[in-house]
Design a protein around this ligand. Structure first.
Ligand code: PLZ
Length: 444
């Protein structure tokens, strides 16, 4: 870890004068379509702290959207990536290969669920990995249809916009979208009409019925699902839902793809969230947490499926860049050394106790959910109607930001406050962050 003191410190208003100056330059130079949660400009970051250009130190409950679980300048990531930078920045794996790419593919084969033969292909972003998983599944099955779920999020490229459920801000005005994408219900326990106990099997039956009747199982190349939905609101599919769909996929020759881009790499208290119900996906997409902040993504899966695309059919100039691969090896080394999966489970214990106590006090907290260091509260106007309360989510986030706690919102209705602290965050920062959140409820 760098020398960054692990202490919250506010020396100016948030954002401070230097951030405001930079924000003025940014508004003039950067396209308006690219937003920022909090226009505080970063100077340094590591552990549980982001230090801004004015010298403020914020507690980080966001990890750059579930990326820097090992911290934003983890020693092993910096050491390995720096050494690689000095050796060479790029040759293009499709031109002259290098060991780091192979080592990352070997690590992915070891860490992902299932003991079958596995292969990987590396890319730059999560969306690119999902696109390639679909290409591979189509090549393998010689079918076209792709099934996705309500509240799902898979990226911002054309195909992944089509796979993503929420219109605003991801899709609005950006169509037409790719064809042969079918959306079916997901097991959203909190909002399931007959209650969370019945949700898993009922939602699975509905989803499977729609696939069978509206698409035809024999036309489906892939079922793509986040084992713990991220942008859609940190929805944990109710128990039984994932096993039923993965079994349906297996019985019908459909490639079952787990999108673990947000939930993977120790985030949920296991290497991958699908391990919770013993799911072994055919393909798994990863990104974010894989490389400690460097841009890297992967598709990993059954060797015979991964090998279905013709030679030269997969690739890209930068996919599996050597510096990003070195970062990934450093990030994986750190996760193993510090047992960050266990650390995520500890964070869950601490945070769920506090969030549960807040729920008893503040009735606008309709639901507390998530696993490991991927937790959320869903805010409602009234717990009996469950009417979404996006205004409360925005106000709480703002109140936290002003006190130097970085939190993010999410959810189809924008009413979910999510917590994604780096797994390496210190105990004191974690509890101070929760204090600030609790005070925010009294302040709004
Ligand atoms: N699949 C499950 O969570 C990225 C998006 C932030 P990229 N989620 C953060 C935003 O507003 O753009 C994500 C994900 C899941 C795919 C992706 C896409 O990954 O690396 O952003 O392309």
């Amino acid at each position: 870890m760098s020398e960054l003191p692990q202490e919250r410190r506010l020396v100016t208003a948030i954002p401070g004068p230097k951030s405001q100056e930079l924000q003025a330059r940014r508004v003039a130079a950067v396209a308006a379509g690219v937003g920022s949660v909090l226009p505080v400009f970063a100077a340094r970051a590591d552990g549980g702290i982001i230090e801004d250009v004015d010298g403020n130190r914020l507690i980080d409950f966001g990890s750059g959207i579930a990326v820097t679980g090992v911290g934003a300048s983890a020693e092993a990531v910096v050491r390995r990536a720096s050494a690689q930078l000095a050796d060479f920045t790029h040759t293009c794996f499709m031109v002259t290969p290098y060991e780091g790419y192979v080592a990352v593919a070997e690590a992915l084969a070891e860490l992902t669920p299932g003991d079958h033969a596995k292969k990987s292909a590396l890319f730059n972003s999560g969306a690119e990995a999902v696109e390639n998983a679909v290409k591979i599944a189509r090549a393998h099955t010689k079918r076209q249809a792709v099934v996705v779920f309500d509240h799902g999020y898979h990226g911002r490229t054309n195909l992944t916009m089509a796979l993503t459920s929420k219109n605003m801000p991801y899709k609005h005005g950006f169509g037409p979208f790719a064809p042969e994408i079918y959306r079916v219900p997901v097991a959203y326990g909190y909002r399931w009409p007959t209650g969370p106990e019945n949700c898993g099997p009922e939602a699975a039956a509905q989803a499977i019925d729609q696939i069978t009747k509206q698409v035809g199982a024999q036309n489906v190349a892939a079922i793509v699902i986040e084992p713990l939905l991220g942008e859609g609101g940190f929805i944990e599919p109710a128990k039984g839902f994932l096993p039923a769909l993965s079994e349906f996929a297996r019985d019908n020759g459909i490639v079952f793809v787990a999108d673990e881009i947000q939930s993977g790499f120790c985030r949920t208290g296991q290497w991958f969230a699908c391990e919770d119900e013993g799911i072994v996906p055919d393909l798994i997409t990863t990104a974010k947490g894989i490389a400690g902040g460097l841009p890297l993504a992967a598709v990993t899966g059954r060797a015979e499926i991964m090998d279905a695309a013709h030679a030269g059919g997969l690739g890209g100039t930068y996919g599996g860049n050597p510096v990003a691969c070195a970062g990934a090896l450093g990030s994986i080394e750190t996760m193993k050394e510090l047992d960050l999966a266990a650390r995520a489970r500890h964070i869950e214990t601490v945070m769920k106790a506090r969030l549960g106590a807040m729920q008893e006090k503040y009735e606008i907290i309709g639901d507390v959910r998530g696993r490991g260091a991927m937790l959320a509260i869903e805010l409602v106007k009234d717990p009996s109607t469950k009417e979404p309360n996006p205004e409360a989510a925005a106000a709480l986030a703002k109140a936290c930001h002003q006190e130097g706690l970085l939190v993010l919102t999410c959810g189809t209705y924008g009413n979910v406050l999510r917590f994604l602290p780096p797994m390496v965050i210190g105990e004191e920062l974690l509890s101070e962050g929760l204090d600030i959140l609790e005070q925010a409820f009294t302040r709004i």
